[in-house]
Design a protein around this ligand. Structure first.
Ligand SMILES: [Zn+2]
Length: 323
């Protein structure tokens, strides 16, 4: 176990240096978050993000990111919320295998999934949804400003790196060969965002869902609520043995996690629709949708207070003009 502990410490040192830079003028150096990768299936590794908003303490290590190792090369799936996290992930790959990284796949545009890309921008092919580049161009400047505000000097070097190879939601799957290991990439119609992409590792039956699935962490809506629910119906049919959510750990089977998210999104849909039909304003809807559901799983979602009202606002805007 000792060598593994040393590896974890070495990677943590990278994050610690970045945190020290971020904190130098404002506070004593914080403890770095441990950067640990878990082998969830043969040759498939995940670093689980903390269920928090991006901060100087976590440096954007708030989403689940990881990599898959083939005989020929490695595919990285999502890169974290800053270049510091991307560097830590790259170091983790190097400690696990000697084969080179050939692909960096982004599951969607959100900053906690793409901002480590620059740590890999010398020898890999970046892959994403056909609509990812446009979303990066539209959101990138705002995301970078927010990161500089939140991370200070530790944001330095973080930049947008767009996909070079893309997958269309209507054009069928893209297969990537890592060497005796095929990944099937599938682009989806608008759901969590308008650029969601999943990765299926045939060899182990592992499905990487990005933020099409949240576990523990409340789902966040930035695409289309009805579209997301429709996509989830299709996800349920996929033959995966296990799945990786974009946030949070799936404790039991992934269908249970999917069903829980479905219950939240269905309630969001039905109650927001009812509020609109009852003539409530958006503020009244925000105050009432989900109110009274303070027991059981509803209130067990992590970061509920931060995101639920935003979800109602997004749902209201989407549903306001439907027939
Ligand atoms: Zn997201």
């Amino acid at each position: 176990m000792l060598p593994q502990l040393l590896q974890t410490l070495a990677i943590s040192t990278l994050l610690a240096a970045a945190i020290a830079a971020a904190s130098a003028t404002t506070r004593p150096a914080a403890q770095p978050p441990p950067f640990k990768v878990t082998e969830i299936a043969e040759g498939a590794y995940v670093s689980y993000g903390v269920n928090e908003d991006i901060s100087r303490q976590n440096l954007g290590a708030i989403s689940n990111i990881g990599f898959i190792v083939g005989k020929k090369c490695v595919a990285v799936i999502d890169t974290g919320g800053s270049i510091a996290v991307g560097r830590a992930l790259r170091a983790a790959v190097k400690q696990r295998t000697d084969v080179p990284i050939c692909y960096v796949i982004n599951s969607h545009v959100h900053q906690d999934h793409i901002f480590g890309n620059a740590a890999f921008d010398d020898s890999v092919t970046f892959v994403g949804h056909q609509k990812l580049a446009a979303a990066m161009a539209a959101r990138g400047p705002t995301y970078l400003n927010a990161l500089e505000r939140d991370l200070g000097a530790a944001a330095s070097g973080t930049r947008i790196v767009a996909p070079e190879q893309t997958v269309s939601a209507t054009g069928g799957e893209l297969e990537l060969d890592l060497g005796e290991r095929i990944l099937e990439l599938r682009a989806w119609p608008t759901a969590h965002t308008d650029n969601d992409l999943t990765v299926y590792d045939e060899k182990t039956g592992t499905l990487w869902l990005g933020d099409l699935l949240f576990a523990d962490h409340i789902p966040t809506l930035d695409g289309n609520l009805k579209g997301w629910l429709a996509v989830m119906q299709q996800l349920r049919e996929l033959p995966a043995r296990r799945a990786v959510a974009g946030h949070g750990k799936i404790d039991h089977d992934w269908h249970t996690a999917l069903a829980r998210q479905q219950r939240y999104l269905n309630t969001l849909l039905n109650e927001t629709r009812a509020a609109i039909k009852a003539g409530k304003t958006i503020q009244q809807a925000v105050d009432s949708v989900g109110a009274g559901k303070d027991s059981g799983e509803w209130s067990d979602w992590v970061l509920f207070d931060l995101f639920h009202k935003r979800n109602v606002t997004a749902a209201y805007a989407e549903l306001e003009w439907e027939d």
